[in-house]
Design a protein around this ligand. Sequence first.
Ligand code: B12
Length: 370
Amino acid sequence: MSIERKIINYSKQIGIDLIGFTDVGPFRDLKWILMDRKKEGKLSGFEEKDIVLRVDPKKTLQSAKSIIVIAMSYYIDERKPQDNKKSQFYGRLARIAWGKDYHTVLMDKLEKLAGFIAGEYDGFEYRSFVDTGPLVDRYLANRAGIGFYGYNSTIINEDFGSWIFLGYMITNIPLKKDEPLKNRNCLGCNLCIEHCPTSAIEGPYKFDANRCLSNVLQQKKPIPKEILPFIEDRIYGCDICQDVCPHNMDIKKMTAKEFMPTELSHGVDLVQLLRISNKEFDSLFGENASGWIGKKTLQRNAVIALGNSKDKDAIPYLKPLLRDIRPDIRKITIWALYNIDPGIAAELVFAIRDREEDEDVLEIIDEYLS
Ligand code: B12
Protein backbone atom coordinates (compact mmCIF):
# COMPACT_ATOMS: atom_id res chain seq x y z
CA MET A 1 0.00 0.00 0.00
CA SER A 2 1.32 3.48 -0.83
CA ILE A 3 2.29 5.81 2.01
CA GLU A 4 -0.41 8.24 0.82
CA ARG A 5 -3.08 5.51 1.12
CA LYS A 6 -1.83 4.49 4.55
CA ILE A 7 -2.02 8.12 5.73
CA ILE A 8 -5.51 8.54 4.29
CA ASN A 9 -6.74 5.33 5.95
CA TYR A 10 -5.27 6.27 9.30
CA SER A 11 -6.74 9.78 9.09
CA LYS A 12 -10.23 8.28 8.72
CA GLN A 13 -9.65 6.08 11.77
CA ILE A 14 -8.91 9.12 13.94
CA GLY A 15 -11.87 11.17 12.74
CA ILE A 16 -10.33 13.52 10.19
CA ASP A 17 -13.05 14.27 7.63
CA LEU A 18 -10.90 15.40 4.71
CA ILE A 19 -7.24 15.09 3.81
CA GLY A 20 -5.15 16.13 0.84
CA PHE A 21 -1.51 16.55 -0.14
CA THR A 22 0.30 19.38 -1.83
CA ASP A 23 3.80 20.49 -2.73
CA VAL A 24 5.97 23.08 -1.04
CA GLY A 25 5.96 25.83 -3.63
CA PRO A 26 7.14 28.53 -3.30
CA PHE A 27 3.66 29.88 -4.02
CA ARG A 28 4.28 32.83 -6.35
CA ASP A 29 0.62 33.37 -7.28
CA LEU A 30 -0.26 33.75 -3.59
CA LYS A 31 2.45 36.32 -3.09
CA TRP A 32 0.64 38.78 -5.38
CA ILE A 33 -2.69 38.28 -3.60
CA LEU A 34 -1.07 38.92 -0.22
CA MET A 35 0.86 41.94 -1.44
CA ASP A 36 -2.26 43.50 -2.97
CA ARG A 37 -4.29 42.96 0.20
CA LYS A 38 -1.51 44.52 2.26
CA LYS A 39 -1.05 47.47 -0.10
CA GLU A 40 -4.78 48.19 0.06
CA GLY A 41 -4.64 48.10 3.89
CA LYS A 42 -7.33 45.40 4.02
CA LEU A 43 -5.62 42.75 6.14
CA SER A 44 -6.76 42.22 9.73
CA GLY A 45 -3.35 42.29 11.39
CA PHE A 46 -3.79 38.73 12.69
CA GLU A 47 -2.01 37.29 9.65
CA GLU A 48 1.69 36.37 9.69
CA LYS A 49 3.41 39.59 8.60
CA ASP A 50 6.41 38.13 6.77
CA ILE A 51 5.18 37.41 3.22
CA VAL A 52 8.26 35.31 2.44
CA LEU A 53 7.35 32.97 5.31
CA ARG A 54 3.78 32.78 4.03
CA VAL A 55 4.67 31.66 0.52
CA ASP A 56 7.74 29.52 1.13
CA PRO A 57 7.20 26.49 3.41
CA LYS A 58 10.94 25.74 3.35
CA LYS A 59 11.50 28.82 5.48
CA THR A 60 9.60 26.99 8.23
CA LEU A 61 10.94 23.47 7.63
CA GLN A 62 14.14 23.44 5.64
CA SER A 63 13.77 19.78 4.67
CA ALA A 64 10.14 20.27 3.50
CA LYS A 65 8.98 18.13 0.58
CA SER A 66 5.21 18.01 0.97
CA ILE A 67 2.30 19.37 2.95
CA ILE A 68 -0.57 17.33 4.39
CA VAL A 69 -3.74 19.38 4.71
CA ILE A 70 -6.64 18.26 6.90
CA ALA A 71 -10.17 19.53 7.41
CA MET A 72 -12.87 18.80 9.96
CA SER A 73 -16.52 19.66 9.73
CA TYR A 74 -18.19 21.62 12.53
CA TYR A 75 -21.64 21.75 11.01
CA ILE A 76 -24.65 20.74 13.02
CA ASP A 77 -28.33 21.33 12.26
CA GLU A 78 -29.46 24.88 12.70
CA ARG A 79 -30.18 25.59 16.34
CA LYS A 80 -31.21 28.98 17.44
CA PRO A 81 -28.43 30.05 19.77
CA GLN A 82 -30.91 31.43 22.23
CA ASP A 83 -33.03 28.34 22.72
CA ASN A 84 -33.31 27.24 26.36
CA LYS A 85 -33.31 30.84 27.56
CA LYS A 86 -32.43 31.20 31.20
CA SER A 87 -31.65 34.88 31.22
CA GLN A 88 -33.05 37.95 29.53
CA PHE A 89 -29.87 39.02 27.77
CA TYR A 90 -27.88 36.68 25.61
CA GLY A 91 -24.92 37.13 23.29
CA ARG A 92 -24.34 35.06 20.20
CA LEU A 93 -21.21 33.05 19.40
CA ALA A 94 -20.41 32.09 15.82
CA ARG A 95 -20.50 28.38 15.04
CA ILE A 96 -16.71 28.09 15.25
CA ALA A 97 -17.06 28.61 18.99
CA TRP A 98 -19.98 26.27 19.68
CA GLY A 99 -17.88 23.27 20.68
CA LYS A 100 -14.39 22.65 21.96
CA ASP A 101 -11.62 24.93 20.70
CA TYR A 102 -10.78 23.73 17.18
CA HIS A 103 -7.11 24.65 17.55
CA THR A 104 -6.70 21.96 20.20
CA VAL A 105 -8.85 19.39 18.42
CA LEU A 106 -7.15 19.63 15.01
CA MET A 107 -3.68 19.91 16.52
CA ASP A 108 -4.35 16.72 18.45
CA LYS A 109 -5.33 14.94 15.21
CA LEU A 110 -2.21 16.24 13.46
CA GLU A 111 -0.02 15.01 16.31
CA LYS A 112 -1.62 11.55 16.12
CA LEU A 113 -1.08 11.52 12.37
CA ALA A 114 2.56 12.53 12.83
CA GLY A 115 3.03 9.70 15.34
CA PHE A 116 1.63 7.26 12.79
CA ILE A 117 3.87 8.52 9.97
CA ALA A 118 6.94 8.44 12.22
CA GLY A 119 6.28 4.72 12.70
CA GLU A 120 6.25 4.22 8.93
CA TYR A 121 9.05 6.51 7.83
CA ASP A 122 12.55 6.75 9.30
CA GLY A 123 13.88 10.26 9.87
CA PHE A 124 10.43 11.83 9.68
CA GLU A 125 10.43 15.60 10.25
CA TYR A 126 7.36 17.79 10.42
CA ARG A 127 5.77 21.02 11.66
CA SER A 128 2.02 21.25 12.23
CA PHE A 129 -0.20 24.29 12.43
CA VAL A 130 -3.85 25.18 12.90
CA ASP A 131 -4.87 28.77 12.18
CA THR A 132 -1.85 30.44 13.76
CA GLY A 133 0.87 29.12 11.45
CA PRO A 134 2.99 30.98 8.90
CA LEU A 135 1.30 29.68 5.73
CA VAL A 136 -2.14 30.49 4.31
CA ASP A 137 -4.45 27.65 5.37
CA ARG A 138 -7.10 28.25 2.70
CA TYR A 139 -4.57 28.43 -0.08
CA LEU A 140 -3.11 25.08 0.96
CA ALA A 141 -6.57 23.52 1.27
CA ASN A 142 -7.47 24.70 -2.20
CA ARG A 143 -4.19 23.47 -3.61
CA ALA A 144 -4.60 20.07 -1.94
CA GLY A 145 -8.05 19.59 -3.48
CA ILE A 146 -10.02 19.94 -0.24
CA GLY A 147 -12.30 22.64 -1.54
CA PHE A 148 -12.83 25.58 -3.84
CA TYR A 149 -12.99 29.28 -2.99
CA GLY A 150 -16.34 30.93 -2.43
CA TYR A 151 -16.84 34.57 -3.34
CA ASN A 152 -16.72 35.09 0.46
CA SER A 153 -13.13 33.70 0.35
CA THR A 154 -14.05 30.61 2.39
CA ILE A 155 -12.95 27.15 1.30
CA ILE A 156 -16.02 25.17 0.33
CA ASN A 157 -16.12 21.39 0.16
CA GLU A 158 -18.83 19.67 -1.90
CA ASP A 159 -19.91 17.41 0.99
CA PHE A 160 -19.37 19.62 4.01
CA GLY A 161 -19.82 23.12 2.62
CA SER A 162 -17.65 25.84 4.12
CA TRP A 163 -18.20 24.80 7.75
CA ILE A 164 -14.79 23.18 7.96
CA PHE A 165 -11.73 23.92 10.05
CA LEU A 166 -8.36 23.58 8.40
CA GLY A 167 -4.94 22.44 9.60
CA TYR A 168 -1.70 21.36 7.94
CA MET A 169 1.58 19.55 8.46
CA ILE A 170 4.73 20.46 6.55
CA THR A 171 6.74 17.24 6.18
CA ASN A 172 10.05 16.03 4.81
CA ILE A 173 8.49 13.04 3.04
CA PRO A 174 7.74 13.14 -0.67
CA LEU A 175 4.00 12.65 -1.21
CA LYS A 176 2.12 12.55 -4.49
CA LYS A 177 0.28 15.84 -4.61
CA ASP A 178 -3.43 16.20 -5.19
CA GLU A 179 -4.74 18.64 -7.74
CA PRO A 180 -6.90 21.67 -6.96
CA LEU A 181 -10.53 20.90 -7.83
CA LYS A 182 -11.11 21.61 -11.48
CA ASN A 183 -14.54 22.52 -12.83
CA ARG A 184 -15.86 23.12 -9.32
CA ASN A 185 -16.55 26.72 -8.65
CA CYS A 186 -18.50 29.08 -6.50
CA LEU A 187 -21.98 29.46 -7.98
CA GLY A 188 -21.43 33.19 -8.03
CA CYS A 189 -24.91 33.98 -6.66
CA ASN A 190 -23.54 37.07 -4.87
CA LEU A 191 -25.64 36.37 -1.76
CA CYS A 192 -22.61 36.63 0.55
CA ILE A 193 -21.72 39.97 -0.98
CA GLU A 194 -25.28 41.28 -0.73
CA HIS A 195 -25.86 40.09 2.86
CA CYS A 196 -22.62 41.17 4.47
CA PRO A 197 -24.02 43.92 6.76
CA THR A 198 -20.91 46.08 6.57
CA SER A 199 -19.96 45.38 2.93
CA ALA A 200 -16.71 43.77 4.04
CA ILE A 201 -17.04 41.43 1.06
CA GLU A 202 -16.52 44.04 -1.59
CA GLY A 203 -16.81 41.69 -4.55
CA PRO A 204 -15.78 38.18 -5.58
CA TYR A 205 -12.75 37.23 -3.38
CA LYS A 206 -12.36 40.89 -2.41
CA PHE A 207 -12.33 41.23 1.33
CA ASP A 208 -11.80 44.18 3.64
CA ALA A 209 -11.02 42.86 7.11
CA ASN A 210 -11.42 46.36 8.61
CA ARG A 211 -15.16 46.12 8.07
CA CYS A 212 -15.70 42.43 8.84
CA LEU A 213 -17.72 41.98 12.05
CA SER A 214 -15.74 38.88 12.93
CA ASN A 215 -12.59 40.96 12.86
CA VAL A 216 -13.80 44.03 14.75
CA LEU A 217 -15.16 41.82 17.54
CA GLN A 218 -11.69 40.29 17.98
CA GLN A 219 -9.75 43.54 17.86
CA LYS A 220 -8.94 45.31 21.10
CA LYS A 221 -9.00 48.72 19.38
CA PRO A 222 -12.22 50.73 19.50
CA ILE A 223 -14.90 49.71 16.99
CA PRO A 224 -16.01 52.51 14.62
CA LYS A 225 -19.33 53.91 15.83
CA GLU A 226 -21.09 53.32 12.52
CA ILE A 227 -20.33 49.59 12.73
CA LEU A 228 -21.64 49.07 16.29
CA PRO A 229 -25.35 48.63 15.41
CA PHE A 230 -24.54 45.90 12.86
CA ILE A 231 -23.00 43.80 15.60
CA GLU A 232 -26.50 43.18 17.03
CA ASP A 233 -26.14 40.49 19.74
CA ARG A 234 -22.89 38.96 18.43
CA ILE A 235 -20.03 38.72 20.87
CA TYR A 236 -17.67 36.49 18.87
CA GLY A 237 -17.44 35.86 15.13
CA CYS A 238 -19.99 36.30 12.39
CA ASP A 239 -21.62 33.63 10.23
CA ILE A 240 -23.72 35.65 7.78
CA CYS A 241 -21.61 35.09 4.66
CA GLN A 242 -21.78 31.35 5.26
CA ASP A 243 -25.38 31.16 6.48
CA VAL A 244 -26.65 32.56 3.18
CA CYS A 245 -24.38 30.45 0.98
CA PRO A 246 -26.25 27.93 -1.19
CA HIS A 247 -23.23 25.63 -1.08
CA ASN A 248 -24.06 25.18 2.61
CA MET A 249 -27.52 23.72 1.93
CA ASP A 250 -28.04 19.95 2.15
CA ILE A 251 -24.58 19.22 3.43
CA LYS A 252 -23.23 16.45 5.64
CA LYS A 253 -23.27 17.06 9.37
CA MET A 254 -20.18 16.85 11.51
CA THR A 255 -19.36 13.64 13.29
CA ALA A 256 -16.74 14.97 15.71
CA LYS A 257 -18.19 14.85 19.21
CA GLU A 258 -15.65 17.50 20.22
CA PHE A 259 -17.60 20.12 18.27
CA MET A 260 -20.97 19.26 19.74
CA PRO A 261 -22.63 22.41 21.10
CA THR A 262 -22.06 23.19 24.74
CA GLU A 263 -24.19 25.38 26.98
CA LEU A 264 -22.39 28.47 25.67
CA SER A 265 -23.51 27.63 22.13
CA HIS A 266 -27.06 28.50 23.09
CA GLY A 267 -26.02 32.00 23.95
CA VAL A 268 -23.76 33.59 26.52
CA ASP A 269 -25.51 35.13 29.50
CA LEU A 270 -24.37 38.74 29.11
CA VAL A 271 -25.07 39.76 32.69
CA GLN A 272 -23.05 36.82 33.97
CA LEU A 273 -20.23 37.70 31.56
CA LEU A 274 -20.10 41.28 32.84
CA ARG A 275 -19.73 40.08 36.44
CA ILE A 276 -17.47 37.11 35.85
CA SER A 277 -14.28 36.60 37.92
CA ASN A 278 -11.00 35.65 36.22
CA LYS A 279 -11.29 32.12 37.58
CA GLU A 280 -14.85 31.69 36.34
CA PHE A 281 -13.84 33.14 32.98
CA ASP A 282 -11.08 30.55 32.63
CA SER A 283 -13.38 27.68 33.46
CA LEU A 284 -16.19 28.88 31.15
CA PHE A 285 -14.14 30.12 28.17
CA GLY A 286 -10.81 28.32 28.64
CA GLU A 287 -11.69 25.55 26.19
CA ASN A 288 -13.78 27.70 23.89
CA ALA A 289 -12.43 29.18 20.64
CA SER A 290 -13.59 32.65 21.72
CA GLY A 291 -11.60 32.63 24.99
CA TRP A 292 -8.32 33.78 23.45
CA ILE A 293 -9.63 37.33 22.88
CA GLY A 294 -9.74 37.72 26.65
CA LYS A 295 -12.21 38.73 29.30
CA LYS A 296 -12.04 42.48 28.66
CA THR A 297 -12.71 42.23 24.92
CA LEU A 298 -15.59 39.81 25.43
CA GLN A 299 -17.02 42.10 28.11
CA ARG A 300 -16.71 45.07 25.75
CA ASN A 301 -18.64 43.04 23.18
CA ALA A 302 -21.25 42.17 25.82
CA VAL A 303 -21.77 45.87 26.52
CA ILE A 304 -22.29 46.50 22.79
CA ALA A 305 -24.82 43.67 22.62
CA LEU A 306 -26.70 45.12 25.60
CA GLY A 307 -26.69 48.53 23.92
CA ASN A 308 -27.99 47.01 20.72
CA SER A 309 -30.84 45.33 22.64
CA LYS A 310 -32.33 48.81 23.11
CA ASP A 311 -34.00 47.31 26.16
CA LYS A 312 -34.31 49.62 29.18
CA ASP A 313 -34.08 46.58 31.45
CA ALA A 314 -30.38 46.47 30.54
CA ILE A 315 -29.70 49.89 32.10
CA PRO A 316 -29.22 48.64 35.70
CA TYR A 317 -26.53 46.25 34.45
CA LEU A 318 -24.77 48.95 32.47
CA LYS A 319 -24.93 51.72 35.04
CA PRO A 320 -22.19 50.32 37.37
CA LEU A 321 -19.86 50.07 34.38
CA LEU A 322 -19.74 53.88 34.14
CA ARG A 323 -17.40 53.56 37.14
CA ASP A 324 -15.46 50.56 35.82
CA ILE A 325 -11.70 50.93 36.30
CA ARG A 326 -11.10 50.31 32.57
CA PRO A 327 -11.59 53.50 30.48
CA ASP A 328 -12.43 51.45 27.35
CA ILE A 329 -15.32 49.83 29.18
CA ARG A 330 -16.55 53.22 30.47
CA LYS A 331 -16.46 54.62 26.91
CA ILE A 332 -18.44 51.82 25.32
CA THR A 333 -20.92 51.85 28.20
CA ILE A 334 -21.68 55.51 27.47
CA TRP A 335 -22.42 54.57 23.85
CA ALA A 336 -24.61 51.63 24.95
CA LEU A 337 -26.65 53.73 27.35
CA TYR A 338 -27.23 56.43 24.73
CA ASN A 339 -28.26 53.76 22.26
CA ILE A 340 -30.91 52.51 24.68
CA ASP A 341 -32.28 55.79 26.00
CA PRO A 342 -30.54 59.13 25.40
CA GLY A 343 -32.57 60.86 28.15
CA ILE A 344 -31.66 58.41 30.91
CA ALA A 345 -28.11 58.16 29.55
CA ALA A 346 -27.62 61.94 29.76
CA GLU A 347 -28.66 61.94 33.45
CA LEU A 348 -26.35 59.04 34.32
CA VAL A 349 -23.41 60.39 32.40
CA PHE A 350 -23.84 63.90 33.81
CA ALA A 351 -23.73 62.41 37.30
CA ILE A 352 -20.30 60.86 36.76
CA ARG A 353 -18.74 63.67 34.75
CA ASP A 354 -17.09 65.43 37.67
CA ARG A 355 -15.34 62.29 38.89
CA GLU A 356 -14.04 61.30 35.45
CA GLU A 357 -10.28 61.78 35.09
CA ASP A 358 -9.51 60.08 31.80
CA GLU A 359 -9.14 62.66 29.01
CA ASP A 360 -10.57 60.39 26.29
CA VAL A 361 -13.61 59.44 28.35
CA LEU A 362 -14.20 63.09 29.22
CA GLU A 363 -14.08 64.01 25.56
CA ILE A 364 -16.74 61.43 24.78
CA ILE A 365 -18.92 62.55 27.69
CA ASP A 366 -18.75 66.16 26.53
CA GLU A 367 -19.49 65.15 22.96
CA TYR A 368 -22.66 63.39 24.09
CA LEU A 369 -23.72 66.02 26.60
CA SER A 370 -23.32 68.94 24.21
C1 B12 B 1 -6.69 36.58 9.64
C2 B12 B 1 -7.84 35.60 9.59
C3 B12 B 1 -9.13 36.10 9.69
C4 B12 B 1 -9.42 37.59 9.59
C5 B12 B 1 -9.32 37.99 8.07
C6 B12 B 1 -10.10 37.02 7.15
C7 B12 B 1 -9.66 37.03 5.68
N1 B12 B 1 -10.61 36.78 4.77
O1 B12 B 1 -8.48 37.24 5.37
C8 B12 B 1 -10.86 37.67 10.19
C9 B12 B 1 -10.74 37.95 11.67
C10 B12 B 1 -11.79 38.69 9.55
C11 B12 B 1 -11.33 36.25 9.99
C12 B12 B 1 -12.66 35.90 9.91
C13 B12 B 1 -13.11 34.60 9.69
N2 B12 B 1 -12.35 33.48 9.72
CO1 B12 B 1 -10.40 33.49 9.73
N3 B12 B 1 -8.53 33.33 9.54
C14 B12 B 1 -7.61 34.22 9.43
C15 B12 B 1 -6.24 33.54 9.19
C16 B12 B 1 -5.46 33.53 10.51
C17 B12 B 1 -5.40 34.20 8.09
C18 B12 B 1 -6.22 34.52 6.83
C19 B12 B 1 -5.39 35.19 5.75
O2 B12 B 1 -4.24 34.89 5.58
N4 B12 B 1 -5.99 36.11 5.00
C20 B12 B 1 -5.31 36.75 3.88
C21 B12 B 1 -6.19 36.85 2.66
C22 B12 B 1 -5.35 37.13 1.41
O3 B12 B 1 -6.88 35.64 2.50
P1 B12 B 1 -8.44 35.44 2.14
O4 B12 B 1 -9.39 36.51 2.43
O5 B12 B 1 -8.75 34.13 2.75
O6 B12 B 1 -8.25 35.41 0.59
C23 B12 B 1 -8.22 34.22 -0.18
C24 B12 B 1 -9.26 34.27 -1.32
O7 B12 B 1 -9.76 35.56 -1.44
C25 B12 B 1 -8.50 33.77 -2.51
N5 B12 B 1 -8.49 34.63 -3.67
C26 B12 B 1 -8.01 35.87 -3.77
N6 B12 B 1 -8.16 36.34 -5.03
C27 B12 B 1 -8.73 35.34 -5.74
C28 B12 B 1 -9.12 35.27 -7.08
C29 B12 B 1 -9.70 34.09 -7.55
C30 B12 B 1 -10.11 34.01 -8.98
C31 B12 B 1 -9.92 32.97 -6.67
C32 B12 B 1 -10.56 31.70 -7.15
C33 B12 B 1 -9.54 33.06 -5.32
C34 B12 B 1 -8.95 34.24 -4.87
O8 B12 B 1 -7.12 33.59 -2.13
C35 B12 B 1 -6.86 34.20 -0.89
C36 B12 B 1 -5.79 33.42 -0.14
O9 B12 B 1 -6.22 32.12 0.27
C37 B12 B 1 -6.69 32.10 8.75
C38 B12 B 1 -5.74 30.97 9.17
C39 B12 B 1 -4.46 31.02 8.39
N7 B12 B 1 -3.36 31.10 9.07
O10 B12 B 1 -4.47 31.01 7.17
C40 B12 B 1 -8.10 31.95 9.41
C41 B12 B 1 -9.19 31.23 8.62
C42 B12 B 1 -9.14 31.71 7.19
N8 B12 B 1 -10.42 31.69 9.24
C43 B12 B 1 -11.36 30.82 9.29
C44 B12 B 1 -12.69 31.07 9.71
C45 B12 B 1 -13.56 29.87 10.04
C46 B12 B 1 -13.16 32.39 9.81
C47 B12 B 1 -14.62 32.85 9.99
C48 B12 B 1 -15.67 32.00 9.29
C49 B12 B 1 -14.90 32.90 11.51
C50 B12 B 1 -16.25 33.49 11.89
N9 B12 B 1 -17.34 32.74 11.86
O11 B12 B 1 -16.33 34.63 12.27
C51 B12 B 1 -14.55 34.29 9.42
C52 B12 B 1 -14.81 34.32 7.89
C53 B12 B 1 -14.58 35.69 7.26
C54 B12 B 1 -14.27 35.57 5.76
N10 B12 B 1 -15.31 35.59 4.93
O12 B12 B 1 -13.09 35.43 5.38
C55 B12 B 1 -10.90 29.48 8.71
C56 B12 B 1 -11.49 29.30 7.30
C57 B12 B 1 -12.05 27.92 7.00
C58 B12 B 1 -12.67 27.88 5.61
N11 B12 B 1 -13.53 26.89 5.42
O13 B12 B 1 -12.39 28.68 4.75
C59 B12 B 1 -9.32 29.66 8.74
C60 B12 B 1 -8.59 28.95 7.63
C61 B12 B 1 -8.86 29.13 10.12
C62 B12 B 1 -8.76 27.61 10.14
N12 B12 B 1 -7.56 27.08 10.23
O14 B12 B 1 -9.73 26.90 10.06
N13 B12 B 1 -10.28 35.39 9.83
